[in-house]
Design a protein around this ligand. Structure first.
Ligand code: FES
Length: 291
């Protein structure tokens, strides 16, 4: 069954890929001038993807509509109110989802396109169902059928949305499984200047055991964060340095070099930060800062 579902969803890539690219363009144009709004919708202020928080509400509320309909309450005033609240919460979850979607790439974007398209179809059915209920005082069988069909579509779409996180790791911290050991380990910068020092004022890659860090030297102080962007794994050493922060080259997430704190999204997670010191032999060693 799972293989069949996977094949069915993957086959949607034929239309989802070009449609996703089209959506990516207009969403980028929409959010670029309003990055604080996008950051808010991503959930950086919460340290957690806002979409994941908001999606529980419409699914729970719209399930109640199914229950009330099946209990013969489809024409009741409270069912209408519950449906309206469900639709509004669906729109709120969609706004947060669009912000995440605008910085989603590759196969994850295709799946997100299928997920979002199904949700829009379900929303359309709910709106028609709402109009039918509002226009007649008696219960409308068509309104009930539409609501049930819409809920089934929402459930299918939620399944695909779950895959986006659990299978494709979309909006999952790239450092979720990184150990938090704080042992000092030898640090090997990829470049040194003529004086044998880390070049000053620019990003320099370095090896720290199995990890890759990005460094910046400010006088005697060396600031370091992990090179893999927490958002989707972009190489921060290929980014830019701005006002003491490193800006990811992939989607522009911005982290303080001194503390790894996310200053701008789409990441909602901080970057592991490291302290660096000189060794007696004249090299460097580093360890992860405790958060
Ligand atoms: S990978 Fe997306 S901002 Fe870095």
């Amino acid at each position: 069954m799972d293989r069949w579902i996977e094949r069915l969803v993957a086959a949607q890539g034929r239309w989802a890929k070009p449609f996703g690219e089209f959506n990516h363009r207009w969403l980028q144009a929409l959010f670029r001038p309003i990055t604080p709004v996008r950051d808010f919708l991503n959930g950086r202020w919460l340290g957690h993807p806002l979409h994941g928080v908001l999606t529980d509400a419409p699914i729970g509320i719209l399930f109640l509509v199914v229950v009330f309909d099946l209990a013969g309450q489809s024409g009741a005033g409270q069912t209408l109110v519950i449906l309206i609240v469900g639709i509004l919460s669906m729109v709120a979850a969609a706004a947060a989802g669009l912000a995440d979607y605008s910085d989603t790439d590759g196969t994850a974007r295709e799946r997100a396109t299928v997920h979002g398209t199904l949700m829009v179809v379900a929303l359309g059915l709910y709106l028609v169902s709402l109009a039918l209920r509002a226009s007649s005082s008696a219960s409308s069988p068509a309104a009930v059928v539409l609501s049930i069909a819409a809920f089934l579509i929402v459930a299918a779409s939620a399944y695909i949305g779950g895959d986006l996180v659990y299978v494709f790791g979309n909006m999952v911290s790239r450092h979720a499984f990184r150990g938090s050991g704080t042992k000092w380990i030898a640090l090997e910068p990829a470049e040194l200047d003529d004086a044998g020092n880390v070049p000053e004022g620019r990003l320099v890659k370095a090896k720290l055991g199995i990890n890759t860090l990005v460094l910046v030297r400010e006088g005697e102080r060396i600031l370091a964060v992990h090179d893999t962007c927490a958002h989707a794994g972009g190489p921060l050493s290929g980014g830019t340095l701005q006002d003491g922060c490193v800006v990811c080259p992939w989607h522009g997430s911005t982290f303080g070099m001194s503390d790894g704190r996310a200053r701008r999204g789409p990441t909602v997670y901080d970057q592991p930060a490291y302290e660096v010191r000189r060794t007696e032999a004249g090299g460097w060693e580093a360890r992860r800062k405790s958060s």
